[in-house]
Design a protein around this ligand. Sequence first.
Ligand SMILES: [Zn+2]
Length: 182
Amino acid sequence: MAIQPIRLFGDPVLTVAAEPVTSFDAELRGLVKDLQDTMLDAPGAGLAAPQIGVSLRVFVYDVDEIVGHLINPVIKQLSDQCQEGDEGCLSFPGLTFPTRRAQSVVAEGFNMYGDPVTVAGSDLLARAVQHEVDHLDGILFIDRLDAEQRKLAMRAIREAEWSGLSVPRVKISPHATGGLPV
Ligand SMILES: [Zn+2]
């Protein structure tokens, strides 16, 4: 079991598009395990790899007591019918906002062994899949709020006790700089 620290809003890894998985190897299976362990510990209904700092197209979910994962997901169908309801995110601890999502979804992708799989569901599963696929595109649930809710969300984020904790740290380049101060 390897629970990883969850990246908070403000961390740049959360707002870039993640890379497709190309090797279905032991390292990938370790990543899926870490994601599941971290999600179950939090607990949350879903967790995407960028949320633990890994910019790969992988997410896990835990809905109706089914724990699953999907790699390189592609949303194939979204219902025209929508669901309303509060939504939160492990990268925004303690905050939920009313977020409109499609009522049902069909997503295709792969399991950690490289076999094609389809995830189809409605209600919370559909919400989780849409939320997690968004993460892999660098889109956060606050980007899906209407203008008024987004304003409220930004205020609540500024006032949250974790706000600013993930201000990006300056990393020292591993590359030789020829003695130049960079
Ligand atoms: Zn999230």
